[in-house]
Design a protein around this ligand. Structure first.
Ligand SMILES: C[S@@+](CC[C@H](N)C(=O)[O-])C[C@H]1O[C@@H](n2cnc3c(N)ncnc32)[C@H](O)[C@@H]1O
Length: 252
């Protein structure tokens, strides 16, 4: 695991896309060892329920293949196979440390025959057009500055009539919860991260990136603008996280 180069990252809305990609790569290569533990701890294990909800919404009807974009340590791939044992899964992430941790986990779970993880970039998805019944990304789109390009790539590799699923944390809209959530993101989360993580600055970045992410309505419009149709929006845990599902038009 790499060492962080800084104890503070610049605010996400003050840096270029190139610099942000460098920050994201550094963050995920320095927090890999504690990533799963902190995900479960900081979300009170809601992240497990959110991925399970997403997997239950998946519909396989043609190729029986699922693509996990920015797969990290592979938790959405694993949830998909548990829910749909007939499928095969490909997942990729641009940070090799995350992919390696995912591969070890999949071996331990005896899922090697079902799930193949590799390195790859969401801006140039390493698969042919119309390959997957379902293409998903969990907690990844927030970390990709050129999200239009990533969504267009997800659409390209999905079969016509297939689903594109985006699970992501957003800044809660309700006025009462907004204040609580702000305190949690800016004070409690960095405090826990300081105790448990090798790179506490990464969790300041996490808070910043959530606060600066588009609202669910704005994000649904972004999906529509890339050519997806019938966008469904599902709020999870009071809207801390949302699942958006778009469909690839039959004529695409
Ligand atoms: C918060 S983690 C989510 C991991 C996993 N999907 C999960 O549910 O836990 C975000 C992941 O996005 C990856 N990532 C960010 N930009 C990427 C890109 N352009 N291509 C591939 N992976 C990317 C990071 O390396 C990181 O592993």
């Amino acid at each position: 695991m790499k060492k962080p180069s800084t104890n503070k990252y610049p605010a996400v809305n003050t840096i270029t896309d190139k610099e942000r990609i460098r920050v994201v790569r550094e963050i995920f290569s320095t927090i890999t060892g504690k990533y799963d533990f902190l995900n479960h701890f900081l979300s009170l294990r809601r992240d497990v329920a959110w991925r399970r909800f997403t997997a239950k919404k998946m519909r396989f009807f043609k190729t029986n293949k699922y693509l996990d974009v920015a797969c990290g340590t592979g938790d959405l791939s694993i949830a998909a196979v548990i829910e749909h044992p007939q499928i095969s899964v490909a997942g990729f992430d641009f940070v090799s440390e995350m992919v390696q941790a995912g591969i070890s986990k999949i071996e331990k779970k005896n899922m090697k025959e079902k799930v193949m993880l590799m390195q790859g970039d969401a801006l140039r998805i390493p698969f042919d057009d119309n390959t997957f019944d379902v293409t998903g990304i969990a907690f990844g789109i927030r970390n990709i500055p050129d999200r239009d390009q990533a969504l267009k790539e997800m659409l390209r590799v999905t079969v016509p009539g297939g689903q594109i699923m985006i699970l992501e944390m957003t800044f809660i809209q309700n006025r009462f919860f907004k204040l609580l959530y702000y305190v949690y993101l800016n004070y409690l989360l960095p405090l826990f991260a300081k105790i448990f993580s090798a790179n506490p600055a990464a969790y300041h970045y996490l808070a910043d990136s959530i606060i600066n992410f588009p609202s669910p309505e704005q994000f649904a419009r972004i999906m529509e603008n890339t050519g997806m149709i019938t966008i469904e929006k599902h709020p999870l845990t009071f809207g801390v996280t949302w699942l958006h599902i778009g469909i690839k038009h039959e004529q695409n």
